[in-house]
Design a protein around this ligand. Structure first.
Ligand SMILES: Nc1ncnc2c1ncn2[C@@H]1O[C@H](COP(=O)(O)OP(=O)(O)O)[C@@H](O)[C@H]1O
Ligand SMILES: [Mg+2]
Length: 172
C-alpha cells in the first residue's frame, strides 16, 4: 500500500519510530508525534486537534502536510516567543486543512513576498530570514494545494495548508 509506505517514510524522516507503530501510521498520529517531540524539546505544550472524518488523500499530500507542520513548528520555536501553540487537522467535505497557529510576536508576511518580487526569484531575504516558508509554499503548490500565511506583528501567526481530498472509496 503506497499510502502506508509514504507515511512510514514521512515518519522516518521525522525520527526513528518503532517498526510496529509504522504499521498503523495515520496522518493524525504522525502529526501528534511531531507535536509531542516538539513539545518535549521546547517545553511548551501543543494543542493538537483533528476534526471531521479522515478522508483519502494522496500520500504526497499527506507527506507535505506533515512537513508543513514540522517547518511551521520550527518557526514557532525559532521566532515566535509564543505561549500557546495549536495544530489543527480539519477534514472537510472536499478538502483537508492543516493549521499551525501561535500567539507569539508575529511578522509582516508582505515583507517576504516583496523581497521575492523585487528580485524575481526566491532567495533568502536578508531582512526576513531564510527559505523555510518559500519551500513550504512551493511544496504545497506543486501538489495543487494552497498555503496561507496569516500574521501581523503583535498578533501571532497562522500557517494553513489545504489540499483537495480524493473521492471517497478511492485508494491512494
Ligand atoms: N511563527 C512565527 N512567528 C514569528 N515570526 C515568524 C514565524 N514564522 C516565520 N516568521 C518570520 O518569517 C521569517 C521567514 O521564515 P522562514 O522562511 O522559515 O525563514 P527562517 O526561519 O530561516 O528565518 C522568519 O525569519 C521570521 O522573521
Ligand atoms: Mg524557518
Amino acid at each position: 500500500m503506497r499510502r502506508r509506505e509514504s507515511l512510514a517514510e514521512a515518519r522516518r524522516s521525522v525520527d526513528a519510530l518503532r517498526p510496529e507503530s509504522l504499521e498503523t501510521a495515520r496522518l493524525s498520529d504522525a502529526l501528534a508525534d511531531v507535536a509531542d517531540r516538539w513539545s518535549k524539546l521546547h517545553g511548551l505544550a501543543v494543542q493538537v486537534t483533528t476534526t471531521g472524518t479522515a478522508r483519502p488523500m494522496t500520500p504526497e499530500a499527506e507527506f507535505a502536510l506533515l512537513r508543513t507542520a514540522q517547518e511551521a513548528l520550527a518557526n514557532v520555536a525559532k521566532h515566535a516567543h509564543a505561549t500557546r501553540v495549536g495544530v489543527t487537522l480539519s477534514y472537510l467535505e472536499h478538502e483537508v486543512a492543516l493549521d499551525v497557529r501561535d500567539d507569539g510576536e508575529g511578522f509582516d508576511p508582505a515583507g517576504l513576498e516583496a523581497d521575492t518580487a523585487t528580485t524575481g526569484r526566491s532567495r533568502p531575504p536578508s531582512r526576513s530570514g531564510g527559505f523555510g516558508l518559500t519551500i513550504m509554499r512551493q511544496r504545497v503548490e506543486e501538489l495543487s494545494g494552497t498555503l496561507q500565511i496569516e500574521s501581523e506583528p503583535g498578533t501571532g501567526t497562522g500557517i494553513s495548508a489545504c489540499f483537495p481530498t480524493l473521492p471517497t472509496g478511492s485508494h491512494a
